[in-house]
Structure formats: structure tokens, C-alpha cells
Design a protein around this ligand. Sequence first.
Ligand code: P6P
Length: 340
Amino acid sequence: MSAAVSVSLTRYLIEEQRAGRIDAELRQLIAVVARACTSISIAVSKGALGGVLGDAGTGNVQGEAQKKLDVLSNDILLEANAWGGHLAACASEEMEHSQPIPDAFPKGGFLLLFDPLDGSSNIDVNVSVGTIFSVLRSPEGVSQPGDQHFLQPGRQQVAAGYCIYGPSTMLVLSTGHGTHAFTLDREHGAFILTQRDMRVPEETAEFAINMSNQRHWEPAMQAYVADLLAGKDGPRGKNFNMRWIASMVADVHRILTRGGIFIYPWDRKEPGKPGKLRLMYEANPMGMLIEQAGGAASTGREDILGLQPDQLHQRVPVFLGSRNEVAQAVAYHRNADQAL
Ligand code: P6P
């Protein structure tokens, strides 16, 4: 029996282009992002031997301490993509404002947003981290896109993905035709298709949340989680398991692989902020991947991908994963709102 022919990311993207589902420019942009992720994977896997662990001594746009690998990953992505001729502009968690592509370079039709190394606080303890990216179309006739041109609802993403740097390095990608996983073959430096059409089970008995914030949640959120914890003796009638890696890419990858609900709700710790996670380069790309795999992504009250952004780095509450469990969480919030 002949061995199954492995499909590389390159071949997959060419097939998608031939099928008319992506154009040559988007194919090349995704290939460049994947190559940048391969470089980041090499840097991350060196650990202490690479001399890039620990803090960079700087802060990002949100005032969060940057790790040396945050800065290195950001630079790798900027250099790899901005000059690739596929972009009109890019924006990153590490940058205050979007960055137009210099006139000296060919201009592309896409806007790239990325979190270069999400969960980077886990690096120093050797826990999986990842790169998250989102691709939008640059508005027609705009030669120098600014921040305002990035403010498009998540449903307008033409591609989204993440690369998880774990025991294996995997690129999980959607261009709007399902969610697919590619595993890095380090010996050949190529991503190989290892899971076509990932599906999130509609039901789950596993939730992911940082329980230490429980006293800061709104009542509807406290009631929802209390019923999960009550297990089969409570109103949900079944026992639930909990996982929390504190690395969104790792938690979402588990949910894409076996189901679950990931939650980072609003909390009173910083009342002025609607949530911790960023809409444009965490919630939107993850929301696209999850929806393309049959799951759901909500703020607890409305679909994440339908939100009209008003700031490049705005934050949102995030409930995503198994469709029926997200619907349960939304029901607790809507019932509470109606009771007001
Ligand atoms: P906490 C990492 O800093 C991150 O942005 C996500 O990757 C992760 O899901 C979340 O924050 C963890 O937050 O408050 O549990 O440390």
C-alpha cells in the first residue's frame, strides 16, 4: 500500500490558489508569515542557550513588560513581511501605531496584524507560546493606510492563523474554507498538512478560565461558572473538567483539537477595560479559526466577529469554543440583562 503523499503548506496554498479560493498575493503573504514563524520557532526552541530569555527591559504599547523574545519575534515578522511586497501596512501588539510599507518597496493589497509572541510570560518556564496573525484587505485607493483602515470587523478577515511553539511547532490556518493544521518538519524546514478540516465538538465538559479572578466577575459570570463547578449535582447535570495554560494559543489549540470553552471575561480588576484580550490580533483571528471549525466566539453578549472596532488595541471579553457551551454562557448573561 503506497504511503500517503504528504502535502506541504506550499502545495496546499498552490492548490487553494488553483481552486480560486485565494489569490497569488495572499498565498505569498501566508508563505512569508510561515517562514517568519519558522525563524521564531528556532529562536524559542534554543531557550537559555539562545541568550534571549528574560525581560527586554522595555514595555509594549499597553505598558506590559516585553520579553527579549517578544521584541525579536516582532522584528522577525516586520522584516519578513513588510518588504515582501504583499502588504500595504502592518500593526502589532508591540507597536503604538500601524506601520506603512515604505515607498521604496512594492505595495501589496493586505493589512497584517499580529501578536508576535502571545503568552510570552510562559517562555521563562518553558510552556508553549505562539504567534497569532490576522489578514485584512487594504481599502481600495488608499496609498498609505493608517490605523483607521485596520478597524474592520473580524468577519472581513481574509485569513487568520497562529503558530504554536510547543513539543511540536504547528501552524493552524484558515482562509475562510475550514481550519487546517500543519506541523513543522524541522529536518526539511517545511510545514506539512497533518489535520485538514479541524472540527470543534458542539458539546464539551471542559472549560478554561483563570479562576483567581472569580471574585471580580459580574454576577452572571459567577453564576455560570458556579453551575459548571456544581457538576452533575447542579443544574448542568454533568461534571466539568478545567484547564488553564495562560497561553491563549495553547488553550485554543486544545479546544480546536478536543473541544472546550475558553473564557476571559470582563472583571473589576481594571473596570475601565472591557477585558484583557485584544480584539484585532487575538479575539478576531482566534474567532475566525474557531468559527471555521464549527465553534462559536462571543463577548458573552454578541458575536466577536461582528464587532465594529474603534481602536487598534482595544480589548474585549472572550468566550469561544464548543458552540453549545458558548450559547449556554451567553444565555446566563442575556437572562441577567433581561432581569435588570
Ligand atoms: P492571565 C497571555 O498574557 C494572555 O494574553 C493570553 O495568552 C492568555 O490567555 C492570558 O493572557 C492569560 O491571562 O491573567 O491568566 O495571566
